[in-house]
Design a protein around this ligand. Structure first.
Ligand code: ARG
Length: 461
């Protein structure tokens, strides 16, 4: 751009222009750049650094430019490098030399920091809304299947019977922590960096508090060098997004497993499944697979930015321009994932008969038998051993626990009585009646709490 090429005798090599330009991606910051510039112009007028009239000319010009961009009439130019200079050049075209006063008491270094923070705050708010909607989908699924039982797994081996709602609400808890992480990240993004200038602060009597207020920031940055160097808030978003995707990928994996012929626990709605081009019988869980797959891409962006920032000397370095594409991609990926996946979860049909059959396989009540002996006075370790041998015997005889006779039981421990037959899937679940357990009463309570949390967040509490 001519006005910043003053000291050079040559123009930039064409390849260099393309290599260094950020406009192909940072055009997305235009709304925040314009909002920041409008607040800046008002502040300059309030402080008597430019006249009221000049500020009005500038802010009116900026408002028209925003419209041009929104209506697709704006011509972004690579030779103008980035969004900041594209907008400024257009302003000069529109309002003439007075437009050049806008860049008083600021630098692109604090400008880009400001834009990115404004952008991040909005992205975090959008993320929180989508997360809440996802949690709502989990609640609906749990609620619609309140009394469905299924095998709970450890090592992907049937472990103990649980309520399906309990399993689903485990995810609610994970996403609740994600909500907390994003909310926390918001606090760090919510710091206004303008006034830091290029690095040392600006040599004008500006009003930073006024700017913060105009742009709805809670705080202003306390060190100009830090303010133009810091991208922690982007790293934090990407880290929180990585964890959130990790949670999503685990649910995705379960949906993939559960919809397989081998498990057959659920039916994915046709709107969320695809067919195969050569195998007509297939119904593939592509959405869930892509949720699982896109997790890798989100982790990648986090690692990329951490690597970009590592060892960078203070303060601003052009390396930092690399923060944006990964950030944008992470936001787009997470938001679309949450949205599509919520729809998929909400429309899942649970095959309660199949989960009910599966829970009966695999001596899943073994722990309950051991607990039974403990209640009759046996030490837990001994009880565990007795039941282990009983399982081995039953397997040999190809009998389930309920098919064993009392005499067969008694061969393993005299403590077994007729009431051993009252141990059922239902009793096993009902017995786990402690906070955080799978007993229906507890799950009902957890569901009520979850609904309260979502209700509160809707009413803005
Ligand atoms: N496009 C640049 C970025 O994204 C804007 C800041 C440029 N600052 C500079 N001193 N070259 O980081």
């Amino acid at each position: 751009m001519s006005h910043i090429r003053g000291r050079f005798h040559k123009s930039v090599d064409k390849m260099v222009t393309e290599y260094t330009a950020s406009i192909p991606f940072d055009w997305r910051l235009y709304r925040y750049d314009i909002a920041g510039s409008i607040a800046h112009a008002r502040m300059l007028a309030k402080q008597g650094i430019v006249s009221q009239e000049e500020a009005e000319t500038i802010t009116n010009g900026l408002a028209v430019i925003r419209q041009e961009i929104e209506q697709g009439q704006f011509q972004f130019k690579t030779e103008l490098e980035d969004i900041h200079m594209n907008i400024e050049a257009r302003l000069l075209e529109k309002v003439g030399e007075v437009g050049g006063k806008l860049h008083t008491a600021r630098s692109r270094n604090d400008q880009v920091a400001l834009d990115l923070r404004l952008f991040a705050k909005e992205a975090i708010s959008d993320t929180l809304i989508k997360l809440r909607e996802f949690q709502q989908a989990l609640i609906s699924l749990a609620e619609a299947n309140k009394s469905v039982v299924m095998p709970g797994y450890t090592h992907l081996q049937p472990a103990q019977p649980v309520l399906l709602a309990h399993h689903i609400l485990a995810y609610f808890e994970m996403f609740q922590r994600d909500v907390a992480r994003f909310s926390d990240c918001f606090k760090r993004a919510d710091v206004m960096p303008s006034g830091s200038g290029a690095i040392a602060g600006v040599a004008y009597h500006i009003d930073r508090e006024f700017l913060a207020h105009e742009l709805s920031f809670s705080e202003i940055s306390q060190n100009s060098i830090d303010a133009v160097s810091d991208r922690d808030f982007v790293v934090e978003y990407e880290a929180a997004a990585s964890l959130c995707m990790m949670h999503l990928s685990r649910l995705a994996e379960e949906i993939i497993l559960w919809s397989s012929a081998e498990f057959d626990f659920i039916e994915i709605d046709e709107a969320y499944a695809t067919g195969s081009s050569i195998m007509p019988q297939k119904k593939n869980p592509d959405v869930a697979e892509l949720v699982r797959g896109k997790t890798g891409r989100v982790y990648g962006k986090l690692m990329a930015l951490l690597t970009t920032m590592k060892g960078l000397p203070l303060s601003y370095n052009r390396d930092m321009q690399e923060d944006k594409e990964g950030f944008f991609d992470t936001i787009d990926t997470l938001l679309s994932t949450l949205e599509v996946f919520a729809g998929m979860v909400e429309t899942l049909k649970v095959k309660a008969e199949n989960t009910g059959q599966a829970v009966k396989r695999g001596y899943i009540l073994a722990t309950d038998l051991a607990d039974y002996l403990v209640r009759k006075g046996e030490a837990f370790r001994t009880a565990h051993d007795i039941v282990a041998r009983l399982v081995s015997y039953a397997m040999e005889k190809v009998k389930s626990f309920s098919e064993l006779s009392l005499t067969e039981y008694k061969d393993y421990s005299p403590l077994f009585e007729e009431d051993v037959y009252s141990i059922t899937i239902e009793s096993s679940i009902a017995d786990r009646d402690i906070i955080g357990g799978t007993a229906p009463r507890q799950v009902e309570q957890a569901l009520a709490t979850a609904k309260e949390i979502i209700g509160d967040s809707k009413s803005g509490k």
